[in-house]
Design a protein around this ligand. Structure first.
Ligand code: AKB
Length: 314
C-alpha cells in the first residue's frame, strides 16, 4: 500500500465516485477521505460533509486527518454554468483559491485540480488542438477553468505549490451520471438505448468532440499525481486525448449491439458550446512528460459500457 492521506472534495460526482474506489485500492480505505456537500450513507470509508466554499471547514478536515494530498473535484460544468454564471464563477474559482492558498501555507503537499477542453474557444485550431494555443473560451465554465489554470501556474512559479492538472475531454462512465455538461449526451445515450431503444440528442449528428472512457481518465489522474515532481513540466494543465466521435458515429457503434436503436436530433443551447470546442486534441506533452497512453478505443468503450449498464439495469 502507498503512503499518503488523501482528501477528495466532490467525491459524489462522476469522477469522484470512481476515483475514490481506485485511490482506496492503492492507498487503503482509511487513508482516503471522501467528502461532498451532502451526506452519503453508502460510503464505506471515512466521509466528511464539506461545502468547498467553506474554507475553515476544509482546513479543519485537512488538519484532523493530517491530509497530504487533496483532489478538488467539486465544480459547476459548462451547460449549468451558463444558467447560473455567478454561482459557477464563485464555486469554481473560490474553492481553487482556498486550496491553493492552503497548499502555499504547507497545510498539505500536493493538489489535483481538473481543467477541461472548455478552456478552448471558437478561435482555437479545432483539429489536433496543441497544448499551447489560442485560448479564448466563450462559456463561464471555460473562462473559470482558464483563470484556474493561470492561478495554478502562478502558485507553482511564485510559491512552489505542487499542483497538477489535466484538461479532461468529455468523460463516459456507467457508475455515476455526469452533471450539467455539454458532453453528457454521450452517457445518456447508452441508458436510453438500453431502456427505450431510442434517444433524442441535444447535439447535431455531426458534432465531433474529444471523449474518454472513465477508466482511462482515472488512470491518467493517478499517474500524473504519482509522477516525480520534476517530470511535471506544465503547471497550468495538460492536454489529454483518447478518441473523438460524433453522435451519429456513437449511435452506429451502439447499433452493433442494439440493431434497432434510433437517434433523433434536436440541438439546443449546448450546440453552440460544442461548436466552440476542439474536435480532437494533441496530447504529446502528457505522453512525453509522464508517460500518458490511453487504453480504450471507441468500440472497446461501447462494448464495456453496454455490458456493464445491462448488468446494472437488470
Ligand atoms: C462539460 O461538458 O462541461 C464537461 C467538460 C468537457 O469539461 N464534460
Amino acid at each position: 500500500m502507498k503512503k499518503d492521506t488523501i482528501l477528495v472534495l466532490g467525491s459524489g460526482g462522476q469522477i469522484g465516485t470512481e476515483l475514490i474506489t481506485a485511490l482506496r485500492n492503492s492507498y487503503g480505505t482509511s487513508q482516503v477521505i471522501a467528502s461532498d456537500i451532502k451526506p452519503n450513507t453508502n460510503d464505506t470509508g471515512p466521509y466528511e460533509i464539506i461545502n468547498v466554499l467553506d474554507k475553515a471547514r476544509i482546513a479543519e478536515v485537512i488538519d484532523k486527518y493530517k491530509v497530504t494530498q487533496v483532489y478538488l473535484l467539486a465544480a459547476m460544468l459548462s451547460a449549468t454554468g451558463e444558467k447560473f454564471p455567478e454561482k459557477a464563477w464563485e464555486l469554481n474559482m473560490n474553492s481553487l483559491f482556498y486550496l491553493l492558498d492552503m497548499a502555499r501555507e504547507k497545510r498539505f503537499d500536493k493538489l489535483y485540480w481538473p481543467s477541461s477542453i472548455a478552456v478552448f474557444g471558437p478561435t482555437t485550431p479545432r483539429i489536433e488542438t496543441p497544448q499551447h494555443t489560442i485560448t479564448e473560451p466563450t462559456t463561464i465554465y471555460g473562462i473559470s477553468k482558464l483563470a484556474g489554470e493561470r492561478l495554478c501556474e502562478w502558485y507553482f512559479l511564485k510559491h512552489g505549490v505542487d499542483v497538477r492538472s489535466i484538461r479532461y475531454p468529455g468523460l463516459i462512465s456507467y457508475t455515476a451520471p455526469p452533471g450539467g455538461g455539454t458532453t453528457d449526451y454521450a452517457v445518456d445515450i447508452f441508458h436510453q438505448a438500453i431502456k427505450n431503444g431510442f434517444y433524442t440528442s441535444f447535439l447535431s449528428a455531426g458534432t465531433r468532440l474529444p471523449m474518454m472512457y472513465m477508466p482511462d481518465a482515472i488512470r491518467a489522474t493517478m499517474e500524473i499525481m504519482d509522477a516525480p515532481a520534476e517530470n511535471i513540466k506544465i503547471r497550468s494543465s495538460y492536454n489529454l486525448s483518447a478518441f473523438s466521435f460524433t453522435p451519429a458515429e456513437l449511435a452506429h457503434e451502439i447499433r452493433q449491439y442494439i440493431p434497432d436503436f434510433q437517434v433523433f436530433y434536436k440541438p439546443d443551447f449546448r450546440q453552440q458550446i460544442a461548436d466552440s470546442w476542439p474536435q480532437s486534441i494533441d496530447d504529446t506533452e502528457a505522453r512525453k512528460d509522464w508517460g500518458w497512453k490511453p487504453q480504450y478505443t471507441l468500440p472497446a468503450m461501447v462494448k464495456d459500457m453496454l455490458d456493464n449498464l445491462k448488468k446494472q439495469l437488470k
